[in-house]
Design a protein around this ligand. Structure first.
Ligand code: UDX
Length: 458
């Protein structure tokens, strides 16, 4: 079959693969290929068990794979073959050298840029989809323009705003799509080519176009604002616990102001995920780099409050359980950084579990999707850890439950049955405020929500 356009996605991770899957689904006359250097990951995308858990994604992959969607490890051949290339490689926080712990590690990204240059025989549109520090497009352009003069590259920034767990809906029906380009003739033509892809399923008004630096910065700022809301509400949850106020009531009262809005005001044990912390630290690094220490300190405090919230949760467990956890069994309900994903990157559960182990508690971890990742995260920890998918079996014989992930299933558990199987006095620390606290208290638990008065018998 002759395809109208050929599109390549480099990097088959949480962002790249679902984005490309959606393009393949909405544009059956385009050939979409996803490449990755990791053969296991590609094999998984070609199998019945996809490497990421994302509700609704399997069905779309089944419909499109082999028709106009292909997964391959042959990065170089595919670069030659395609004219539109989305770069979706990971850009973790640097762990070494200048900017370690803050700046983005661009080695995979630069390697990809060089690979594109080496393997391109025709001109191409190269689209940054990974979240990157601003001015990365400029570096990309510099690398790409260091080659043969008859092959040209237009670099666009098209950051992805989808969230995990809701990727399919977010990709199908996003609030907006952002496309940044150079405002030159060829930059604008490349921009138009990308707009054309998205208008296959989205109204033109949803597509925002801007200059390339604004697009790059907007992605960092959007994540920083979202994370800031979580830290804002979490900081107030600490005050609620002291002042006998209820964080859910405060969030509701505040969020009904249409200027503030109700979303992203759920107090909990803090934000996790691969983006928020990384992007804020990136923003902080940029501010310092450009000589704006006050702005850097402002955004850094969002991360500090997130750490504070996790430490507060642990301190509360320790204090409530008579200042010793040694030899006590704690059931960690949920390890994913949020519901509907198996992803545990930067999950508050990692830090909290480490602290529990440091207190010599025995930890039983339960999660419907994230146990394999949890085991990998904790592989080097000393202490007693077990992994039990069934929450009833996990909780049996424990002294406390600590809810870490807002899985819907945890709202509906039979807490009476769980209570009966636990050591008394039984404790329930609800790090996500999803359990019926009053009911659990009546069953017999000592209940410690976030940002609300504790319900205890002591
Ligand atoms: C985020 C952005 O939402 C998305 O636009 C961007 O593309 C990638 O980063 P994601 O990391 O998948 O997406 O998760 P998100 O739903 O934003 O949640 C992030 C964290 O904040 C989770 O740990 C979540 O539990 C926490 N959170 C969110 C709260 O604690 N309270 C809230 O009210 C909302």
């Amino acid at each position: 079959m002759k395809f109208k356009k050929k599109i390549l996605g480099i990097g088959a991770g949480y962002v790249g693969a679902p984005s490309m899957v959606m393009i393949a689904s909405k544009c059956p006359d385009y050939k979409v290929t996803v490449v990755d250097i990791n053969p296991e990951r590609i094999a998984a995308w070609n199998s019945d068990r996809l490497p990421v858990y994302e509700p609704g994604l399997d069905a779309i992959v089944r419909k499109t794979r082999g028709r106009n969607l292909f997964f391959s490890t042959d990065v170089e051949a595919q670069i030659q073959e395609n004219d539109i290339i989305f770069v979706c490689v990971n850009t973790p926080t640097k762990t070494f050298g200048a900017g370690a712990g803050m700046a983005a590690d661009l080695q995979y990204w630069e390697k990809t840029a060089r690979q594109i240059l080496e393997n391109s025989k025709t001109s191409k549109i190269v689209i940054e989809k990974s979240t990157l520090p601003i001015k990365t497009a400029q570096a990309m352009e510099r690398i790409l323009s260091s080659g043969k003069k008859n092959v040209t590259f237009d670099v666009l920034s098209n950051p992805e705003f989808m969230a995990e767990g809701t990727a399919v809906n977010d990709l199908e029906n996003p609030d907006r799509v952002l496309i940044g380009s150079r405002e030159t003739k060829s930059g604008l033509a490349a921009r138009a080519a990308l707009v054309e892809i998205y208008t296959r399923w989205l109204p033109r008004e949803k597509i925002i176009t801007s200059n390339i630096w604004s697009a790059e910065l907007s992605k960092l700022v959007a994540n920083a604002f979202l994370a800031q809301r979580v830290s804002s509400i979490n900081s107030i949850s600490a005050l609620c616990e002291k002042a006998d106020a209820d964080i859910s009531e405060v969030a509701h009262a505040v969020g009904t102001d249409s200027r503030i809005g109700a979303k992203f005001l759920k107090a909990g044990i803090g934000f996790g995920g691969s983006c928020f912390k990384k992007d804020i630290l990136n923003l902080v690094y940029l501010c310092r780099f450009y000589g704006l220490p006050e702005v850097a300190a402002y955004w850094e405090s969002v991360v500090r409050i997130n750490e504070y919230q996790q430490d507060r949760f642990i301190a509360n467990i320790l204090r409530s359980m008579f200042n010793t956890l040694a030899g006590k069994k704690i059931c960690v309900l949920g390890f994913a950084f949020k519901a509907d994903t198996g992803d545990t990157r930067e999950s508050p559960a990692i830090h909290i579990t480490r602290k529990l182990l440091a207190e010599h508690a025995e930890v039983v971890i339960s999660d419907p999707q994230a146990l394999a990742n949890a085991a990998a995260d904790l592989a080097h920890e000393k202490g007693k850890i077990s992994y039990v998918e069934d929450p009833y079996r996990a909780a049996a014989g424990c002294h406390a439950l600590a809810v870490m992930t807002d899985w819907e299933a945890y709202r509906k558990l039979d807490y009476r049955k769980i209570y009966k199987s636990m050591v008394k006095p039984a404790f329930l620390f609800d790090g996500r405020n999803i359990v019926d606290h009053r009911k659990c208290f009546e069953i017999g638990f000592n209940v410690f929500p976030i940002g609300k008065p504790a319900l205890t018998r002591f």
